[in-house]
Design a protein around this ligand. Sequence first.
Ligand code: FAD
Length: 269
Amino acid sequence: MEELQVYAFKYQRAESVTSAAAALSTDDAAKVLSGGMTLLPSMKHRLIAPTVLIDLARLPDLIGVREQADHWWVGSATRHQDVAAHVGLQKAMPGLAQLAGLIGDPQVRARGTLGGSLANNDPSADYPAAALALQADIVTERRSIAADDFFLGMFATALQPDEIITGVRFRTALRSAYAKFKHPASGYAMAGVFVAQYPSAGLDRGGWRVAVTGVANGVFRWQEAEQALAKGTTTPALQRDDVIDDVHAPAAYRTHLAMQMLAQACQAF
Ligand SMILES: Cc1cc2nc3c(=O)[nH]c(=O)nc-3n(C[C@H](O)[C@H](O)[C@H](O)COP(=O)(O)OP(=O)(O)OC[C@H]3O[C@@H](n4cnc5c(N)ncnc54)[C@H](O)[C@@H]3O)c2cc1C
């Protein structure tokens, strides 16, 4: 059996976001650790070799789910299981709570966090779809980044290497739902569609937002679906030139799954 051995590294438990940011900015090879569900396997496989891991997981300022004015705040170190189980969120933003409950398996949901998921931006991860559909602002220790500007393609984001996500503001929707076709082994989305509806006044596409994950090289808004929902017409077949075509599913099957997940999400409204 292959023996997995990480490169040597130091471990620091962060005492505050400020001290974590300072430690990160003084060492190019330092990394923040949140749930460790992606970072630790990457280290075990020697894909990365951080000199220091700065553990954010126990910072109280980064943990929790709260309703505030026109949005829901979720701290970056909040674990998926705690988002899924939040009763207020389940009532007000059912799509978001439901999405968190569909991530991976109970072990992954007990460790994995919102901030780690967004920073990693796996093209099949679930939270990026919620962030785009729910007009989220991704808040860091130095600025706020609109979700529309945050996701830059496969595993790429607008974050600077030494920037720390502190939390996310998800704008409260009138209605929201998420449907996902899981890869049977990993649980990641082979197609995941998040649908949200906002009051239409002043908004294009009648206040509808539809975001898709698992289908292409990165999360994206499905504008034709938004227009069709606004007009009450049938959504045309998804047309993109970057649909994933791999051993798990050919491109045509993934686009078919996206149509099915859109229908399922809308039925849940
Ligand atoms: C078996 C398995 C199944 C999974 N299935 C799914 C699934 O179905 N859907 C899904 O969406 N995800 C899935 N995941 C991913 C998982 O849900 C985690 O969200 C993901 O691994 C990253 O979150 P984390 O908290 O573990 O981050 P970590 O692994 O700790 O960190 C990941 C990266 O983000 C950086 N980072 C962490 N926190 C911050 C922060 N606050 N600010 C800036 N950078 C930060 C780290 O430095 C690192 O580069 C799965 C993972 C596993 C192992």
